[in-house]
Design a binder for this molecule. Structure first.
Ligand code: PLP
Length: 354
């Protein structure tokens, strides 16, 4: 971090620029052209790096742009990868579109990643998964990857850096859709990828420059601002999510949340996560009941995505991409008083109680 001078703004500058003053050899200028680098991206990358214990970070135009750069930079043409069968659907689709020979394994079988790792360039882990909320043992998978000579990539979108320290658990590369809780205000589409080995980060940076999937400067600035409150936001939304999950479970609804002792991988989640995250699911058993429930909400918005300051939910099966039960509600708990969220949920649930 450069030393502050009297009169400097405390907030980092937002620098919209396609070209920078770069006389002589452009390599001597810290910034030369807008696709290669930007001071606002650098400020965001430095802030994220600090949350990872110093892993060099590269910001991208979206979570998927970060995922694409990781695949392009780290899997050779025709190479092999391992991914969870319930990984975010676009990630699975991208592996297929890039011609990566992908072995899909079960997130709920702790040995499945280890068994499949041999011969793979990378092993992709998403934990907890979206929307299944399965929890994968990152440390055990990291050990298996080291033995097999595969790189371990963790998609940390749901837990975020505040909820789960994927590098301490053994990840080589961490990817986040910062569109979610990392930015946290439902106002920016942006992605981040960080690598333990600076040489890998250099390859990711080169993939960004070549592919051109650069973040917007405003989005980078918004994400940077969001990062400053990530730990506070995630702590609060996770506490509320746990209280709401418990209450809905006590009311007799079929709730899934890694923080609940009834979650099949709760002990693992408690070991590897600092916060259980803002996302929970409950199953209303049919499309009709789920739609009636959603139509009786007032302040809670029916919206996709998750990790924002406001509580949102949706009937997840309205997107054809996820093979989930037709009545499954995925909910992202925001920062409102949890009693108010619960009261609104209970009022709408009364409409579908049989
Ligand atoms: N990874 C996960 C787990 C996601 O949930 C998402 C988006 O929902 C992505 C990656 C892609 O991120 P983006 O929508 O920012 O491209």
């Amino acid at each position: 971090m450069t030393k502050r001078r009297p009169g400097d703004a405390l907030a980092p500058p937002l620098v919209p620029a396609s070209a920078f003053f770069a006389p002589g050899d452009p390599a001597d200028a810290p910034f030369a052209y807008g696709r290669l680098g930007n001071p606002t991206w650098s400020a965001l990358e430095a802030e994220y790096e600090a949350t990872t214990g110093g892993a060099p970070t590269v910001a991208f135009a979206s979570g998927m742009a970060a995922v694409a750069a990781v695949v392009d930079a780290l899997v050779a043409r025709g190479g092999r990868a391992v991914a969870p069968s319930d990984a975010y659907y676009a990630v699975r689709a991208l592996f297929e579109a890039r011609g990566v020979e992908t072995r899909l394994v079960s997130s709920t079988d702790p040995e499945s990643f280890a068994r499949a790792a041999s011969g793979a360039a990378l092993v992709w882990v998403e934990t907890p998964t979206n929307p299944g909320l399965d929890v994968v043992d990152v440390a055990a998978t990291a050990k298996a990857c080291r033995e097999a000579g595969a790189l371990l990539v963790v998609d940390n979108t749901l837990a975020t850096a505040a909820g789960q320290d994927a590098f301490v658990l053994g990840a080589d590369v961490v990817v986040v859709s910062a569109t979610k809780a990392t930015s946290g205000h439902s106002d920016a589409v942006i992605g981040l990828a960080a690598a333990r080995d600076p040489a890998l980060a250099t390859r990711l940076r080169a993939a960004r420059t070549l592919g051109g999937a650069i973040p917007g400067v405003l989005e980078a600035w918004l994400c940077l601002r969001g990062l400053k409150t990530l730990d506070l936001r995630l702590g609060r939304s996770s506490e509320s999510a746990l209280a709401i999950a418990r209450a809905l479970g006590d009311d007799g609804w079929l709730v899934r949340y890694p923080g609940l002792p009834e979650h099949p991988q709760h002990a693992l989640a408690a070991r590897q996560m600092k916060h259980f995250g803002p996302v929970l699911t409950f199953d209303l058993a049919s499309q009709a009941r789920a739609e009636t429930f959603c139509s009786h909400l007032e302040r809670i918005a029916e919206a996709t995505s998750f990790g924002g300051v406001e509580t949102t939910l949706e009937r997840r099966a309205r997107w054809a991409s996820d093979a989930v039960s037709p009545g499954l509600i995925r909910m992202s708990v925001g920062l409102e008083p949890p009693e108010a969220i619960l009261a609104e949920l209970r009022a709408a649930l009364r409409e579908v109680q049989t």
